[in-house]
Write a protein that binds this ligand. Structure first.
Ligand code: ZN
Ligand code: ZN
Length: 141
């Protein structure tokens, strides 16, 4: 048990470090993000977000990064707002309702109905936020 434990480190050393797929004798510095091949420092092309092994893979990695970025953006929009575009119209109607109701109450009671107007303002903010998010999503697709 102890012997096999002691014997392992020297073996594991060579195993852990992958060699470049072109230069079998040189240790790799990373793995191509597109084709998953190990590459050495002279073969690796740094795309800024991951390593590519060739010009073709470099383009693939850029595409991949663009897709990841896009899906990230869509995902973040999806989690913060699950509203379909009709939700924006709904909120806009609520905004108009609360504000007109607030103004109506204010005029009727001859004092400002802060609560209703504030509700309207709140809905206005939600409407704008939902609209901006939706517009961003459409632009990126
Ligand atoms: Zn590659
Ligand atoms: Zn190499």
């Amino acid at each position: 048990m102890l012997r096999s434990y002691l014997a392992r480190p020297t073996k594991a050393k060579g195993k852990n470090k992958m060699k470049c797929y072109i230069h079998q004798e040189i240790d790799s510095v990373g793995i191509c993000k597109s084709c998953q091949k190990a590459v050495c420092i002279s073969c690796a092309i740094d795309t800024g977000k991951g390593i590519a092994c060739s010009k073709e893979c470099e383009n693939d990695v850029y595409d991949l990064n663009a897709i990841i970025d896009k899906s990230k953006r869509i995902y973040s929009i999806g989690t913060s707002s699950k509203l379909p575009p009709t939700g924006i119209i709904m909120y806009f109607i609520f905004t108009l309702l609360f504000i007109s109701w607030g103004i109506y109450n204010s005029m009727n009671r001859e004092r400002i109905d802060y609560f209703t107007l504030l509700m309207g303002a709140g809905f206005l903010v939600i409407t704008i936020m939902a609209y901006v998010r939706n517009k961003k999503l459409n632009l990126n697709c």
